[in-house]
Design a protein around this ligand. Structure first.
Ligand code: HEC
Ligand code: HEC
Ligand code: HEC
Ligand code: HEC
Ligand code: HEC
Length: 184
């Protein structure tokens, strides 16, 4: 009970500041003009670069080595590719900036959404495959009600004593209203 009250106080304070708008107002500039469109058109799965998306809460940004797999011997006249090579030579990760970020009082796990629920990335992130350069702000954002509405619609798989129980909407209803599931 105490915890819920704390969450509410913290969360209410954060709303006053206006989270999404504050974080993305100026727009983010990335270190390299990476085109999602070109790479997705090559048929690369998202998880080639966002390597933790199927097994972790966070999706993760690509290590420089992933880029070098294809670009090490590539077009060295290109200014953007030169930047990749320079980070590679220094043994550094490319300092990609984060644009999608929920308030710290919200917990969002990628793995269950992508694996168990099989929800497409674009359902939440918008048409990433059309991006010819990095997006300065999220193409789409999720408000609390968007999360709750989808949870109320979906079936849930539940594991009881190591066994997967037939998914039901009843469970979804209980979970979709449970503040502590998302606020922890
Ligand atoms: C599977 C191979 C592959 C991987 C992995 C890959 N790329 Fe590429 N990338 C390509 C190909 C192919 C092109 C298109 C080249 C062209 O049009 O000349 C390209 C194009 C680009 C361009 C546009 C270059 C231009 O012509 O303006 C940039 C910038 C780029 N990649 C950055 C990256 C970065 C950063 C990473 C790592 C996060 C990465 N790439 C990972 C294959 C790859
Ligand atoms: C070749 C590597 C590569 C592939 C494939 C790739 N991405 Fe990315 N992604 C990046 C890089 C690099 C960034 C950071 C620069 C940017 O925003 O463009 C990024 C950023 C993002 C972001 C913003 C993350 C943040 O910090 O808020 C989202 C969302 C995203 N990608 C979704 C996708 C989806 C969905 C797919 C598959 C349809 C995909 N990506 C495929 C390399 C890749
Ligand atoms: C159900 C909605 C949903 C789906 C489906 C989803 N994401 Fe996300 N994604 C989010 C939210 C919400 C955040 C912000 C999380 C946070 O701030 O804790 C996020 C953040 C990210 C980020 C930046 C932060 C990080 O975790 O590294 C990347 C990259 C990303 N998503 C890629 C993907 C890719 C790739 C897929 C598909 C394989 C995908 N997402 C599927 C909702 C979703
Ligand atoms: C498009 C539909 C959809 C959206 C949008 C969505 N979710 Fe979910 N989420 C699901 C489904 C379906 C499951 C249950 C997966 C399963 O266990 O079968 C789930 C499960 C979860 C879980 C429980 C994970 C566990 O360990 O059991 C959390 C936490 C969660 N979502 C948080 C969020 C948050 C926070 C947002 C909004 C930022 C969000 N979700 C948006 C469909 C969605
Ligand atoms: C399915 C996930 C989920 C559940 C369940 C959930 N929330 Fe949230 N909540 C969120 C997300 C995501 C945000 C941040 C929205 C944003 O930044 O726009 C949020 C934000 C908030 C805020 C800040 C105000 C706002 O709307 O941005 C409060 C207060 C809050 N939640 C209270 C609650 C209470 C009380 C419950 C239980 C009745 C609850 N939440 C259940 C996902 C959830």
């Amino acid at each position: 009970m105490k915890r819920t009250v704390l969450i509410l106080v913290v969360a209410a304070g954060m709303t006053a500041v206006g989270f999404w708008s504050r974080r993305v107002s100026g727009g983010v500039e990335q270190p390299i003009a990476f085109p999602h469109k070109t790479h997705i058109a090559l048929g690369l799965p998202c998880a080639t670069c966002h390597q933790r998306v199927e097994k972790d809460a966070v999706a993760g940004r690509p290590p420089t080595a992933v880029c070098l797999d294809c670009h090490a011997g590539g077009d060295t006249d290109n200014a953007e590719i030169k930047k990749i090579l320079a980070y590679g030579e220094k043994g550094q990760d490319i300092p990609w900036k984060r644009i999608w970020r929920l308030p710290p009082h919200v917990f969002f796990p990628h793995q269950v959404h992508v694996t168990a629920a099989k929800i497409e990335c674009q359902t939440c992130h918008g048409p990433v495959e059309t991006l010819e350069r990095p997006a300065p702000r999220p193409l789409k954002t999720l408000a609390m009600q968007n999360c709750i509405d989808c949870h109320a619609e979906h079936m849930w798989t539940t594991t009881v004593a190591g066994k997967t129980v037939h998914p039901t909407k009843l469970v979804a209803h209980r979970k979709s209203a449970d503040c502590v599931m998302c606020h922890r």
